[in-house]
Design a protein around this ligand. Structure first.
Ligand code: ATP
Ligand code: MG
Length: 425
């Protein structure tokens, strides 16, 4: 089905000019080329696309021959990256789902996961191998029409996330599609079609077959999509939260302070959404520090009951909680280090007036640790109010201003390039 230019609002001026250059270069070389995926979906909904995906019938080598600024990447499936300054655009050759008659074990692992994904196909094949109908629309820049092979337009208008093909099978092939469904549903405020929604709950266990590195990326996307509170609720009601954060789920269900920990996570999501809206930077370490704060407290208590001293119990608990989480989601070391710093600064920051204020304030993670303290207070720990107030005041004291200006001078003169604000990296 072809949707003509009269039936939608997308105009060429909405599209990055470099993307249009790529499309026309491919077309002038005699190939088909379309904008596809999230960018068409978002443009139709009047949202700014996060990135642009281009699909073509040109093979990777043919794409490379057309563009000087092109590099081929990927083993499982070769894609072309086209560079314009610091921007990279991805161009993919039309692919197909695997033929029905192929023996299942040739392409699927024992768990039913897709191992290979590298059969070229037509535009229609390419549409059907995508995840959801709303992600399978092709925009033609030549006549400004949209090609719809799967009912994507109906679902865009009806605000439905519908899986292409049999949801159970598609989630088995690639369990990350379950997280994608949740993120998209939260971001667009679309409902997940009922059968697919049930199948996510059914197959939630399988999310742990996805690689821990990919899961880290997907979790970040889920919480940074601008609708993290909504994501979080869907994530929990579809039982995925418990599979990916078993320790946190345990405290949220069993701990005497479960309401407090839940409020901490929700408040943090509200702050994250506000920061996304204001285009402020976000540090994944902060998110994980919040999600694992409950389990950390539980573990510290347990270790103290076993006879460990408070400091020793805390360090041991930090180590254990992070290690347990790493078994599911691979949080890169640069973030786990920051999480430890944020956590370890909580106890010293609780003291007021604080004799070590100067040295604490100078720590690179001071701001993140202070924000964390404030979040704990706002989530219901009113005993922290005097400490938070004391530090709020301290930050505008002459001493703090002097430290900050000396720090800025230092950076200007090329000495130690330590960032004052822990959340900025
Ligand atoms: P956004 O970029 O806003 O996060 P998107 O839908 O564009 O959302 P991308 O990760 O950029 O997501 O993927 C581009 C397109 O590739 C998707 O719209 C979809 O058509 C297809 N796609 C991505 N991931 C999968 C997957 N796991 N299975 C099938 N198709 C996928
Ligand atoms: Mg995209």
């Amino acid at each position: 089905m072809r949707i003509t230019r009269k039936e939608h609002q997308i105009s060429l001026s909405d599209i990055n000019p470099n993307v249009l250059t790529i499309l026309t270069s491919l077309q002038e070389a005699g190939h088909q080329a379309y904008l596809v995926g999230g960018s068409v979906r978002d443009l139709f909904l009047n949202l700014t696309p996060k990135d642009y995906d281009i699909a073509t019938d040109a093979r990777p080598e043919e794409i490379r021959a057309i563009f000087r600024n092109c590099r081929l990447i990927g083993k499982r499936f070769r894609l072309a990256h086209i560079f314009f300054g610091r921007d990279i655009f991805e161009v993919a050759t039309f692919r197909a789902n695997h033929p029905e008659d192929e023996t299942p074990d040739a392409r699927l692992s024992e768990a039913g996961m897709l191992l290979r994904d590298n059969i070229y196909g037509s535009l229609a094949d390419d549409a059907w191998r995508r995840d959801f109908t709303v992600n399978a629309l092709y925009f033609d820049n030549q006549d400004l029409s949209i090609l719809d092979h799967t009912g994507g337009m109906r679902d865009l208008k009806g605000q439905v996330i519908r899986v292409l093909g049999d949801p159970a099978m598609r989630f088995k092939e690639d369990p990350v599609r379950m997280l994608r469904a949740i993120r998209l549903s939260a971001k667009l405020k679309f409902v997940i079609e009922e059968h697919a929604s049930q199948e996510i709950i059914h197959n939630a266990d399988r999310i742990r077959y996805a690689s821990p590195a990919r899961l880290f990326d997907e979790i970040i996307k889920l919480f940074y999509c601008g609708e993290s509170l909504r994501s979080l609720h869907l994530f929990r009601t579809h039982h995925l939260f418990g599979k990916l954060f078993p320790q946190s789920d345990h405290t949220l269900v069993n701990h005497e302070k479960s309401e407090y920990f839940w409020s901490l996570i929700q408040k943090s999501c509200e702050n994250t959404d506000a920061r996304v809206q204001q285009k402020l930077s976000l540090n994944p370490a902060f998110l994980f520090a919040v999600l694992l704060w409950g389990p950390l407290q539980e573990k510290i208590k347990e270790l103290q009951a076993e006879g460990h001293r408070p400091y020793q119990a805390t360090q041991l608990a930090i180590h254990k909680v992070i290690r347990n989480q790493q078994a599911v989601i691979n949080i890169p070391k640069r973030f786990t280090t920051i999480m430890q710093e944020i956590w370890n600064m909580q106890h010293p920051l609780e003291k007021y007036p604080n004799k070590k204020a100067r040295s604490l304030f100078l720590r690179p993670r001071f701001r993140a640790a202070y924000d964390f303290l404030m979040l704990r207070m706002e989530s219901g720990d009113s005993s922290l109010k005097p400490s938070v107030d004391w530090w709020t005041k301290y930050q505008s004291s002459p001493e703090a201003k002097l430290i900050l200006s000396a720090h800025r001078e230092g950076i200007k003169n090329g000495s130690k390039n330590v960032r004052k604000d822990g959340t900025e990296e």
